[in-house]
Design a protein around this ligand. Sequence first.
Ligand code: AHR
Length: 325
Amino acid sequence: MKRTTGILLVLLLCLVLGSCGQQTDGENKPASVVVGFSQLGAESSWRIANTASMEQAAKEAGFGLMMENANQKQEKQIDAIRSFIAYQVDVIVFSPIVENGWDNVLTEAKRAGIPVILMDRMIETSDDSLYTSYVGADFYAEGRKAGEYLIRKADAMNAEHLNIAEICGTKDSTPMRDRQKGFMDAINGDSRFTVVASVDGDFLRSKGEECTIQLLDQFGKNGIDVIYSHNDSMTLGALNILEQKGVLPGQEILLITVDGEKEAVEALKAGKINCVVQCTPKLGPAVMSLVKSLTDGEHISKVTHPEEGMFTDFDVLTDPSVEGF
Ligand code: AHR
């Protein structure tokens, strides 16, 4: 392994990272493989489950995990990646908060000969050689599923016209862009639907609440028939406000959401959410298996999408397979 640069540099890095010391495997022996992992934040239950999945999978694989949480700041992710390069980790894994602005730091990683795995979110670049592999959801397909559900629901309701309010995830992130595009492509050309507003909820529950207050103020409860929200945290915030304002979620306003956390699936079972498109946070095992292949010198695939489905109010929700993460 390539971790032999000057002791001073490493000590300095330890001060900066505040997290190193010798990287150990699950049994406290020095790890033979060290993964530098830049997590983008802790904005949602999905993200917290994703971090736990990475930690657990690294432990099970016997890899050292040097993790930095960027608290939703791209600059912090760039700093973390630079620290991993200086430390000469074996593989860098990161979940990019937004798609643009990574070329410089990834060029530095490439020059240092450190492979990069994008986990959960993609980047926009003209040079695909800046990353070795992407592991994460097909967000476009998720958006399409949400739109296709709405078409089916409108048919079942014999709806003539439905006004949709969209609560979006973090601006310029892959799930925000692709969940929006997939949904719009699915409903496009169907004159029963009008998107009356698309507002930024940043994937946060608190913002889901704020957005819903603002939407109800602007359109009134009769001016919105459907809320399509890009994640469960924002949806649960919206649901809370609807109930506070005396609006029946799932009936007077349909709720379509993405992720599949326990609380959202329970709300679906209670009739308060209509459709939950799944997006699994449990990406750790797939990532660590790619790290192993890479460090064994094997070729790995450029893109890996986990299998994901959806739960809706058309399903038999008492089935034990209907459960959240
Ligand atoms: O990138 C995945 C998205 O990020 C999840 O849907 C959301 O909950 C998270 O914050």
